[in-house]
Design a protein around this ligand. Structure first.
Ligand code: ZN
Length: 406
C-alpha cells in the first residue's frame, strides 16, 4: 500500500512529495538530505490500518502545495519514493518501484509449498522476535536464567513447536534472518558432521575442539555476537531492503533511493562487524585443521598462540583456499575496515562515500552507499552462519557428553 505526504524542509522551504510504500513493519523512520539546502530531514511513519500516520521528527512540517497528477515530470517539488522492503531507483520513479515489488513477490510465491516457503513466512515475525531473543540473551549474558523460559514463550514461529530452550530459539531466529538461503548454509554443518562421524581420529579431535571452545571461547564469542546483532537490529530499517535483496538473490541497482540515511550510525557498522567477525572466525580455522586431518589446534605452519596473535586481516588465510570454507572469506576488505573503524569515512555526495585508508599516507577511495550497505549485509550473513555452526556443534557435543554420562 502506498501513501502520499506533502511536506516541506523547514530550513529552506523546499516542497517535497513523499510516496511511501508500507511493508511489514509498524513503525519506520526515514531520513534524507534536502536537495536544495543539504539539511537533514527526518520523519516517521506509523501504520494504523487502513491509514499510516506521519510524524515530523526533524526539520520538516506539513506543506499545502499542489500535488500534480504526473509528478515525475515536474520540477516544482522534490519527490522522494520510499519503501520499507525494496529499493526504488531515482530515474524511473514510481513505476519502476512497482516492478521491483513484483520481482520480490514473484520470488516469494515461487517458494510456496516448499521448505523455503515456510522459512520465508517467518520473516513477518522477525522484528518482534528479535526483541524477545534480545531480552532472553541479555538475561543469559547476566547469568540470570530464572525468567528466560517465560520470555521465550512469546517467541512466534511456524518452524518451532513445544517448549524450546534459548539455543533452539536462537537457531530458529538465525534461520529466519538467513531465509531461504539458510538451507544451503546449514549444509556446511551437515557435511562436516558426516566427515567427523566417519573417522575415529577426527571424532576425537572434534570433541577436544568443543571442549576448548566451551572453556576458552564460548562466553567471549556470544558477547561479540550479541553486540553486533544489537547494532544490526537497531539499524534494521536501514539494512532490511538489502537483506531482502541479498537473501532472495536479486541484483541491487545502485541508482537507488535510499530511504534511510542513518549514515552517522551505519558508517561504524562495518568496522565493528569486521572486528567481531575476525575474532570469532577462529572457530572456522580450528574446524578447518580437523578437516585437513590435523589436530584441532595444529595449523599448517603456525602454532595456536601464533594464530591468535595474527593481524585481523590474516585470520582467514589458513582456510581461504579450501572450497568448503571459502564462503567465510568473502566480503572482508581491510581498507574499508580501517576507514570505518577509525571514522575515516564520509558522505561526499548524495549516496557516494569517500573513505581513506593506508599505512603511511592515507589513500582516498569512493564507494556507493548502497554498495557499502550490501557489503555490510553480506558479511553479517556470514557472521550469522558462523553462529549457526557454533550452536549446532555445541548441541552435538552436549548430547555426546550426556550420553557418555549415562
Ligand atoms: Zn532545505
Amino acid at each position: 500500500m502506498t501513501f502520499r505526504y506533502k511536506i516541506k524542509c523547514n530550513t529552506c522551504g523546499r516542497n517535497i512529495l513523499v510516496r511511501f510504500g508500507m511493508g511489514y513493519t509498524e513503525y519506520q523512520e526515514c531520513e534524507f538530505k534536502c536537495d536544495q539546502c543539504s539539511s537533514d530531514i527526518k520523519f516517521s511513519i506509523t501504520a494504523k490500518p487502513p491509514q499510516a500516520i506521519i510524524d515530523y521528527l526533524e526539520n520538516c512540517s506539513y506543506s499545502d502545495f499542489q500535488d500534480s497528477l504526473f509528478p515525475d515530470d515536474n520540477k516544482k517539488y522534490l519527490i522522494k519514493n520510499f519503501h520499507q522492503d525494496f529499493l526504488s531507483t531515482k530515474k524511473d520513479g514510481f513505476f519502476y518501484s512497482v516492478l521491483e515489488l513484483n520481482k520480490i513477490l514473484e520470488k516469494r510465491f515461487s517458494y510456496s509449498g516448499s521448505a523455503e516457503g515456510v522459512l520465508v513466512a517467518n520473516f513477518t515475525f522477525l522484528e518482534k522476535n528479535w526483541r524477545i531473543v534480545k531480552q532472553a540473551w541479555q538475561m543469559k549474558n547476566n547469568n540470570n536464567n530464572n525468567f528466560i523460559e517465560d520470555v521465550l514463550k512469546k517467541y512466534e514461529s511456524i518452524t518451532i513447536e513445544g517448549v524450546c530452550g534459548f539455543e533452539d530459539i536462537l537457531f530458529d531466529f538465525n534461520n529466519t534472518v538467513l531465509a531461504p538461503e539458510c538451507l544451503k548454509y546449514n549444509k556446511i554443518a551437515e557435511k562436516l558432521v558426516q566427515e567427523y562421524k566417519s573417522k575415529k581420529s577426527k571424532r576425537k579431535e572434534f570433541l577436544k575442539l568443543m571442549e576448548y571452545y566451551r572453556d576458552n571461547l564460548m562466553v567471549d564469542h556470544m558477547e561479540k555476537f550479541f553486540n553486533i546483532y544489537s547494532d544490526f537490529f537497531d539499524l534494521y530499517n536501514d539494512f532490511r531492503p538489502f537483506l531482502m535483496y541479498t537473501n532472495h538473490k536479486l541484483d541491487i541497482n545502485l541508482d537507488i533511493n535510499i530511504a534511510n540515511h542513518n549514515f552517522h550510525r551505519t558508517k561504524m557498522f562495518y568496522g565493528n562487524l569486521y572486528e567481531a567477525y575476525t575474532s570469532n572466525i577462529i572457530f572456522i580455522s580450528l574446524l578447518h585443521n580437523i578437516h585437513k586431518g590435523r589436530r584441532f589446534d595444529e595449523f599448517c605452519n603456525l602454532t595456536l598462540s601464533k594464530y591468535c596473535g595474527l593481524d585481523k586481516s590474516k585470520k582467514t588465510e589458513n582456510f581461504k583456499n579450501t572450497e568448503m570454507f571459502i564462503f567465510f572469506d568473502d566480503f572482508l576488505t581491510n581498507k574499508l575496515r580501517n576507514a570505518s573503524h577509525h571514522g575515516n569515512i564520509k558522505m561526499i555526495d548524495n549516496d557516494v562515500l569517500e573513505y581513506k585508508s593506508g599505512k603511511e599516507s592515507l589513500k582516498r577511495y569512493t564507494m556507493h552507499y548502497g554498495r557499502y550497505m550490501q557489503i555490510c549485509v553480506e558479511l553479517f550473513i556470514r557472521f550469522v552462519s558462523l553462529l549457526q555452526l557454533e550452536i549446532c556443534f555445541f548441541y552435538i557435543f552436549n548430547k555426546k557428553i550426556k550420553s557418555d554420562l549415562k
